[in-house]
Ligand binder design. Structure first.
Ligand SMILES: Cc1cc2nc3c(=O)[nH]c(=O)nc-3n(C[C@H](O)[C@H](O)[C@H](O)COP(=O)(O)OP(=O)(O)OC[C@H]3O[C@@H](n4cnc5c(N)ncnc54)[C@H](O)[C@@H]3O)c2cc1C
Length: 387
């Protein structure tokens, strides 16, 4: 018997409720310890496997939960309101999985998606290189076809989940001379093995505990049947195909940080007194709280709009870009306003707000910098309203 939409809604609500309980009971008490030690939370990852988080957006036919983008965004917000880095452990994994589900061959889907849904195979996304971040077509990692294998040489940097993960979706040049450049790019499903070297774990201001590393490929061999989709020259288009969901997800991380910072500030403002009254009664603090809650709610509405369009199968590039811009900027704004509300205590590592502040800026950089996103939003705006 098929499930009605009411069943699906109540099922998704039950999952959200379970995540909320788990975040409060298991995550909040340990976040400070792991973040300060910059240590990977192995036990929490085991709990995430049990909750099904590694298969959150993977189709049920492959063993995933098959959640809608909107439910997934709400999970990301909930987790990020306490510990954004934790959402990174399943986010880039799921970007790899959704690329395989969208563009992979039948064999690739059958082989990898069930292993990814259970968390047995945890993946990542390796696009960025020392000389190429926003301008991905400038990458230099080359894969040369030889005796049924792609032989890969080159290096990547800033690759999250690459230390504790089992493999990565690797963007390479299969035809470095191609013009236009993007037609020479391909994606490889790259399992760890000889020649796939994690060279350095980067020290970061925030987004700690989840390792972000430099990678080097030295005559690393990938069997030809791991070329995503089985056809070379489609890597750039395959990457772009994941941008909408990726941006909704980064937006949700930013909005989660914003909401988390608001909650902390709201509580503190009702506990701390100066000049004979609680600071929430000083107008200067009230102005901050008002601006914060407005930014949080505005970001959430934009995320919901983009996610619902995505779920309906509608074009949502403009909506996802606006959600990402609003969510990430809300995170930075609310974390920094909360810092001011906490006064001197904001600077103490005993309080959580300093972590949210350190983590917030990243959301403005990844998945299309906010500068580039603004240019995309403006171009699409003109395109949709041509006179
Ligand atoms: C903690 C962390 C984790 C990361 N994880 C991953 C990961 O898992 N996988 C991965 O592949 N990458 C990852 N990245 C890399 C990230 O995606 C890049 O840093 C990002 O794409 C920006 O690239 P860049 O750093 O080379 O900056 P650049 O592209 O050099 O940009 C520098 C500045 O120029 C501006 N700029 C560039 N081009 C334009 C333009 N056309 N118009 C207007 N402004 C422009 C940018 O907005 C920015 O202000 C991570 C980065 C960090 C910091």
């Amino acid at each position: 018997m098929g499930m009605s939409s009411a069943d699906i809604d109540s099922n998704e609500q039950a999952i959200l409720d379970a995540i909320e309980v788990w975040v409060e009971k298991e995550v909040r008490p340990v976040v400070k310890k792991f973040d300060q030690a910059d240590e990977y939370p192995h036990d929490i990852v085991e709990q995430m496997k049990e909750l099904g988080l590694f298969g959150a957006t993977i189709g049920q036919e492959y063993g995933g939960l098959g959640l809608s983008a909107w439910t997934y965004a709400q999970i990301v917000m909930k987790v990020s309101s306490v510990w954004m880095a934790l959402s990174g452990i399943f986010n880039s994994h799921l970007i790899m999985a959704s690329a395989i589900e969208r563009s992979g061959t039948e064999e690739q889907k059958k082989k990898y998606l069930p292993l990814m849904a259970s968390g047995e195979f945890r993946g990542s996304l390796a696009l960025t290189e020392p000389n190429a971040g926003s301008d991905l077509q400038a990458i230099r990692t080359v894969a040369t076809l030889k005796d049924g294998y792609y032989v890969v040489n080159g290096s990547k940097t800033w690759i999250t989940n690459s230390l504790h993960g089992h493999g990565t979706l690797l963007l390479v040049k299969t035809d470095p001379e191609s013009q236009p450049r993007h037609k020479g790019m391909s994606m490889l499903i790259a399992e760890k093995g000889d020649g796939f070297i994690v060279t350095n774990k980067l020290k970061k201001m925030g987004y700690r505990s989840i390792a972000t590393c430099e990678l080097s490929f030295d005559d690393y061999r990938v069997p030809v049947d791991r070329l995503l989709g089985g056809e070379p020259g489609r890597g750039f288009i395959q990457t772009a195909g994941g941008l909408e969901l990726g941006r909704i997800n980064v937006a949700a991380r930013g909005a989660g940080i914003a909401e988390g910072a608001l909650k902390l500030a709201l509580r503190y403002a009702q506990e701390r007194s100066t000049f004979g009254k609680l600071i929430c009664n000083h107008q200067a603090v009230q102005l901050k709280l008002a601006d914060m809650v407005t930014r949080v709610e505005a970001a959430k509405r934009l995320i919901e709009q983009a996610a619902r369009k995505f779920d309906a199968g509608d074009r949502c590039d403009l909506e996802a870009a606006m959600a990402k811009l609003a969510g990430s900027e809300a995170g930075v704004f609310c974390a920094s306003e909360a810092m001011r509300i906490f006064g001197g205590y904001s600077y103490s590592v005993e309080y959580d707000i300093e972590r949210l502040y350190r983590d917030s800026m990243l959301m403005c950089i990844g998945e299309g910098s906010n500068e580039i996103l603004r240019t995309i939003i403006a171009k699409q705006l003109v395109e949709r309203h041509k006179i």
